[in-house]
Design a protein around this ligand. Structure first.
Ligand SMILES: Nc1nc2c(ncn2[C@@H]2O[C@H](COP(=O)(O)OP(=O)(O)OP(=O)(O)O)[C@@H](O)[C@H]2O)c(=O)[nH]1
Ligand SMILES: [Mg+2]
Length: 366
């Protein structure tokens, strides 16, 4: 498979660029937002990593030239001003260094890093590991590379996974489970819309959430607007029947009712529905606004579904992100997506270790 990255100011722009260059058979392997420093301030770009089966040798050249064109276009506008800013930055850094007696890591730095991490709600045992790691590499570290080093330590403790749709395996079944109100249905709408619009997949939705008043309507309105077939199973025995009607789809998302992790009986009733099918990907949706304790309890109770990956929701609402590191490090369940708002389909991003690490340590929120 040939893999390429494309950038655009909107997801649509990046996708159009991808399609134009990689052809209609290309698929999006992941999306993320990248930041670029410009004289106008920080500009955010959507970055798409896309892949296509290696059938046409010409594709590579074509992509290179257009991708370069896009970058050169942006770069040329900014180049002079960026040069100026860069030289200013160098002056500032040099001035800072001049003021310092020496450049090595002091105990104060370690204390400060511990404080920041604890404030970000990273648990003590993990903070200790990070400090130990810094001490091991102390001879290589100085004031200027310390923060990047901490970020990369955090990044190495986070597990992520890319969403990959195998078109040969029709339909791929993806179930979202999780506690009440964490964003399962909204995330399904986002994923379904992206799968259809950006990946050109035939998408179906199966809802087994017949418990909450209005839950079906929420999805039905969305599927009508976006022209995505949506069916409901009111009983476990209807699950297979309904899924058979969706057998020509490339991917079927299954929405489940939100249940408290405390109510094992209710969780088992969802399991009765899901075990009628072979689910390819079971995603546990967890809200980043929950405490570490709550997240641990949810994972512990929802593991009966055979969780393959996590979707961390509502990062736009959370005040600290240490809980994500705690959960990822301790359970090693890969994070596949993050959601950062209510807008369908825009507010979802593929999980990226470095992005999450920065979110945790520097609290850079996109
Ligand atoms: N701020 C923010 N709100 C979100 C996000 N994802 C979902 N929401 C909102 O959270 C609320 C609940 O979302 P739902 O998708 O209905 O959650 P659910 O998990 O399906 O809920 P139940 O089915 O009742 O368990 C809605 O108001 C969503 O718009 C997000 O990433 N950020
Ligand atoms: Mg729901």
């Amino acid at each position: 498979m040939k893999i390429k990255k494309f950038w655009g100011k909107t997801l649509h722009e990046a996708t159009e660029l991808m399609k134009k260059n990689m052809g209609k058979d290309s698929v999006i392997l992941s999306t993320r937002i990248v930041e670029k420093n410009t004289p106008q301030g920080i500009i955010k770009y959507f970055e798409i990593t896309s892949g296509v089966e290696e059938t046409d040798v010409l594709i590579e050249d074509k992509v290179d030239s257009i991708e370069d064109e896009y970058l050169i276009l942006n770069k040329e506008n900014d180049r002079n001003e960026v040069d100026e800013i860069n030289s200013l930055k160098e002056e500032i850094v040099a001035a800072k260094d001049f003021g310092k007696k020496n450049n090595t890591i002091e105990q104060n730095d370690l204390n400060e890093i511990s404080e920041i991490l604890l404030f970000r709600e990273v648990k003590e045992a993990i903070v200790k590991l990070i400090i130990e790691q810094i001490l091991k590499s102390k001879h290589l570290l100085n004031q200027r590379n310390l923060d990047d080093y901490v970020t990369s330590c955090i990044s190495s403790m986070i597990y992520t996974k890319e969403f990959y749709v195998d078109k040969k395996k029709r339909p791929m079944t993806v179930a979202l489970v999780g506690p009440t109100g964490v964003g399962k249905t909204t995330s399904i709408a986002k994923l379904a819309a992206i799968s259809k619009i950006l990946h050109n997949l035939e998408v179906g939705i199966l809802s087994i959430d017949t418990y909450r008043l209005g839950a079906i309507d929420q999805l039905r309105i969305f599927s009508e607007i976006s022209n995505i077939e949506m069916l409901v199973a009111y009983e476990p025995k209807e699950v297979v029947v309904q899924m058979n009607k969706l057998k020509n789809k490339d991917i079927v998302f299954i929405d489940t009712v939100g249940r408290s992790q405390k109510n094992i009986k209710e969780l088992k009733s969802i399991k009765n529905y899901l075990e009628q099918l072979k689910i390819d990907e079971t995603i546990l949706v967890l809200s980043s606004t929950s405490s570490t304790k709550n997240l641990y309890e949810s994972i512990d109770k929802f593991k009966m579904f055979g969780i393959n990956s996590l979707l961390i929701s509502k990062i736009d609402e959370a005040a600290a992100f240490g809980n994500i590191l705690n959960v990822s490090y301790d359970f090693e369940i890969p994070i596949m997506f993050l959601t950062n708002g209510q807008v369908i389909p825009d507010d979802i991003i593929s999980a990226d270790k470095d992005y999450i690490a920065k979110l945790i340590y520097k609290r850079n929120l996109v």
